[in-house]
Design a protein around this ligand. Structure first.
Ligand code: GDP
Ligand code: MG
Length: 180
């Protein structure tokens, strides 16, 4: 079930991190989840997840965010099952990781919920001298797929909170219309 009650919050939902290896997914997650950094794992399917509570209005939302634990090539349907959101990450200093966004979108369409909320994230914005993808290219790609977009730096903690919160706020908007 994608939407369920939990004793510590008004509701809990799942979101996933996707993108090529070494783009910064795990560092983004540890930045975002540090207020309750409990990195649990499901070794059987090669994933880790962390939680973060977010208050929106009078509701406390608990986001359970799944990370690949280095299994980027092998993740499939169980990873995406029930996820209401996805953070799709590329590295602005490695063009191939941006080109592979198409591949990740394809996988999302195949395995993800049809109304999954996706934020496209261009990470490592601190490495300006090595940039291979302009901010405009990232924004254009996001617009053409109807995704949110943000450049982040997990290293400098820039826009990390904003990127996750944008996704969480949108999910809250959708689910509260559907179920409440
Ligand atoms: P993952 O494989 O996608 O989970 O990527 P990791 O989070 O393990 O990060 C891969 C490498 O990129 C590590 O060496 C990180 O220190 C580095 N890294 C991650 N985020 C940033 C960032 O925002 N800026 C810089 N300069 N390095 C980063
Ligand atoms: Mg990782």
């Amino acid at each position: 079930m994608a939407y369920s009650y939990d004793e510590e919050c008004d509701y809990l939902f799942k979101a996933v991190l996707i993108g090529d290896s070494a783009v910064g997914k795990s560092n983004l997650l540890s930045r975002f989840a540090t207020d309750e950094f409990r990195l649990d794992s499901k070794p059987t399917i090669g994933v880790e997840f962390a939680y973060r509570h977010v208050k929106i209005g009078d509701k406390v939302i608990k986001a359970q965010i799944w990370d690949t634990a280095g299994q980027e090539r092998a993740i499939t349907s169980s990873y995406y099952r029930g996820a209401l959101g996805a953070v799709l990450v590329y590295d602005i200093t490695r063009r191939t990781t941006f080109e592979n966004v198409k591949k990740w979108m394809h996988e999302l369409r195949e395995f993800g919920n049809s109304d999954i909320v996706v934020v496209l994230v261009g990470n490592k914005s601190d490495l300006t001298q090595f940039r291979q993808v302009s901010e405009e290219e990232g924004r254009n790609l996001a617009e053409s797929h109807g995704l949110f977009f943000m450049e982040t730096s997990a290293l400098q903690n820039l826009n990390v909170e904003e990127a996750f919160l944008r996704m969480i706020t949108k999910i809250h908007e959708i689910t509260s219309k559907k179920y409440l």
